[in-house]
Structure formats: C-alpha cells, structure tokens
Design a protein around this ligand. Structure first.
Ligand SMILES: [Fe+2]
Length: 281
C-alpha cells in the first residue's frame, strides 16, 4: 500500500501534464545503483511477458529494490495506479567514445489515447554532459509524430539533457520527444527503461488534498490579489520552443488532459477551452 506522503501532489501532476515528464534527482541509494550496474554487466536483469503485473517482475534484483522504494511506488501509483502492467523494458548501454547520437524521436507513433503510459528511465551512475544522457523536449508529448521523422531537428530551444547524479529518475509521458545522446567519455553509460500501462482509470490517483487550496489561489489572482497560481500557473507556462499560436494549442491540450485526470469538466485555464465549447443551438 502506497503511503499518502509518497504520492505526488497536484503541482507535480500539473507539471507532468504541462511538460510531459518529471525528474527526481538522486532518489535511489548507491547500494542499489551499484547492484543494478553489476547485474546489467552479468545480464541478470530479465523483464517479463507484456501485460505482467509489475509487482510480479524483477524478483531478486536491484531493479525490484529500486521499484519498491516508497517514493518510486508513490510516483507510479500517482500516474498509472498502484500495480500497473509491465509493457517492455530496455537496458541501454552506450559504449565509450561513440561517434554519433540517436536522432530525436517519439516512441509511440500509434498511440493516440488520452489515457497514457509512462516510461521510467533510471540512471544508476552520474551522467555528466559529455556522457550525453537522455535528452527530452519538454511539452512535446501532445505532438504525435512518426518515430524518427523529427530526427532532423537538433538542439531545440528549451531541451533538457539529462545531466544528473547517480540514482536519478526521469518519468516520461509516452508521447514525449527524446533521444539518447552521444557518449564522449571513456566510460560505459547505463540506463534502464521500463514502460508501464495503467489498469485503473487515471482519475485522481495522486494526493489531491491541495487541489482546493490551488483553486482558491487561482480565484485570488483573478480578484487582483497576489497569489501563486499553482496548477493554473503551471498549465499556462510556455516552453521556449513554442511560438504564440502553438502555445495556445498546448494549453488546450493540457486543459483536456487535466480535466480527464481530475474529472472536473469545468476546469479551464483562463477561457481557452470554454470558448471552444460555446456552440449555441
Ligand atoms: Fe526512444
């Protein structure tokens, strides 16, 4: 049972909806990190058939220990429910002094659902910039693209290269644009990825205790008082690669996903979606 204190809060969920990922630095203890790298070298980490409950996967491995950390259980529960299904995994090892990077791409070209899968990326050792960890483009997850068709795009404004300490975790929406960057060091790079499917409706699975406070803050802003906008503010933030019109499109996409996650069909950011629903008979 996931303890409430380990679930995500509404602002973290809003950040996931707006940007398509969450990042948790130095979450996994070093003993687990070292165990996982040893097990990768020994080829000792095996996934499971697709659609196996995650709770039945990876027994006796460091990956199981990582997944059982209360914070990891909390983020999984918040996004896809307590015991999602294992979809597939991948152990990405990049050899030293690689000549090229992976092209920018999205993994899920045939997946147009509002319901979403997550991909957990776990970095068991420190990744400096020259080691070229995974790169993600925040806010790209609603742009459904055909795999590597976007590979010609390089160095988009606002991109986030995963430069991190050992034990860091990225959690991605299945639609986000990403790539593995070139390893220019003389050390191997390891990254473990697992994709998870929800088996419960993704409705208020996180700790929603702060939602009322959040909406109150929003009303205060509209009343002209100075308050932190919380969810509204987060869902309104532009990414550097947006131009004005695409920013409006992304706000609409975000509002629709937030309504889906909260069940609140009246939710809006300013007036963007409500305006579109005005279809007098
Ligand atoms: Fe990928």
């Amino acid at each position: 049972m996931t303890l409430k204190q380990h679930l995500l809060d509404s602002r973290q969920m809003a950040a996931f909806v707006a940007r398509g990922f969450l990042r948790f630095d130095e979450l996994v203890p070093d003993a687990i990190n070292k165990r996982v790298m040893r097990e990768i070298d020994e080829d000792a980490i095996q996934g499971a058939p697709a659609a196996t409950p995650l709770s039945q996967c990876y027994h006796g491995t460091g990956i199981r220990e990582m997944l059982d950390l209360p914070q990891v259980q909390g983020l999984i529960h918040s996004l896809v429910g307590e015991d999602p299904l294992f979809d597939h995994d991948a152990i990405h090892v990049r050899e030293p002094n690689q000549g090229r990077a992976q092209g920018l791409h999205a993994d899920s070209i045939i997946d147009l659902r509002t319901h979403f899968d997550i991909q957990i990326m776990y970095f068991p050792h420190e990744v400096p910039l020259e080691m070229g960890g995974t790169l993600v483009l925040p806010g790209s997850h609603f742009r459904k693209v055909n795999e590597m068709d976007i590979a010609a795009y390089q160095n988009m404004r606002g991109q986030v290269p995963m430069v991190c300490k050992a034990g860091s975790i990225l959690v991605l929406h299945h639609g986000i644009w990403h790539c593995g960057r070139q390893n220019q060091t003389d050390r191997r790079r390891y990254m473990f990825k697992v994709r998870l499917n929800p088996v419960v409706r993704q409705l208020r699975l996180w700790n929603t205790d702060d939602l009322d406070d959040d909406y109150r803050a929003h009303r205060e802003i509209f009343a002209g008082r100075d308050a932190d906008g919380g969810v509204q503010d987060i869902l309104s933030r532009m990414e550097p690669w947006f131009e004005a019109a695409s920013g409006r499109l992304e706000i609409v996409n975000r509002v629709k996903l937030w309504r889906f996650l909260t069940g609140d069909e009246d939710f809006d950011v300013h007036y963007w979606v409500t305006r579109l629903e005005n279809v007098p008979a």
